[in-house]
Design a protein. Sequence first.
Length: 318
Amino acid sequence: MDTRIARLVGKTALSPDTADFSFEVIEGRFSGLEPGAHVDVHLGQDLVRQYSIWNWSQDGRQLNIAVKQEANGRGGSRAMHALQCGDEIALGTPRNNFRLQTNTHADAKYVTLIAGGIGATPLVAMARELANARRDFQVYYLVRSQNLAAMDQQFRALDLGDCYHLHCDDTDGQLDLAEVLRSMPMGSDVYTCGPEQMLNAVLEAGSVMRGGTIHFERFAALPDTDTGRNDSFDIEIQSTGAMLRVSAEESLLDVLRANGIAVDFGCSEGLCGACLVDVLDGDVDHRDGILTPEEQATNRYLCTCVSRAKGDKLVLNL
């Protein structure tokens, strides 16, 4: 897994539970710094977490991520908030599964950005890109209360005027998402990131859109659902013909790593896309939160950390 050592050079409180972290790479520079990209942060043995990049320097040596401390989380946010300026950690190469679609000015689509809580981080970078390109767009930033609007100042620094809307539940009530999406020009696109409840509400409201696409990114694993029982299955490694057995208690990723087959991985929750591999044959039981339903239906790739086989065997392009 490609990583670079970076030093924490700035740590700033953005709200009571969220801080901004500015990292500077010790040697070289980062590539892939673009709106929607995230970075793997290696916080300890088997503790790797992914955070969206909201700002970066033009020379590629420095990047910023904002992290909300989750009291009931799995330890990543607590480890992040324990870091002090001067600490050095490994950061992975930025990856992007939430890319802002670029268009020529003649066919540029109207864009609506809908951010919920800490899900605002990738959308700040998108808003900056859209503003610099003089695109027509609007931003809705949804928070429970104004003191929790960690990225409000970052949005306001872009001087978006009436295109920026901070919506606080405690004073403004519930936002009518259907009305927001209904009022967009025909063929508009939506980019949204936030809690699962908000994402579901946006997707449901999307039925009133007149064309266009909703692009979304989750920052937490899907809630537990009835995915069926775990059955054993075989995998065939196309390059060698090797047959490997995945038991009901193992993940496909576990078996690949145990047999010395190199596969990148990050979140181990089906959210970051690091462990995606191509599938040459077989039906996939998709359990990730990153592939669209259309992508899942092709059975052309899977997340090895969470997904399994629907049948007896999968052939992988490894």
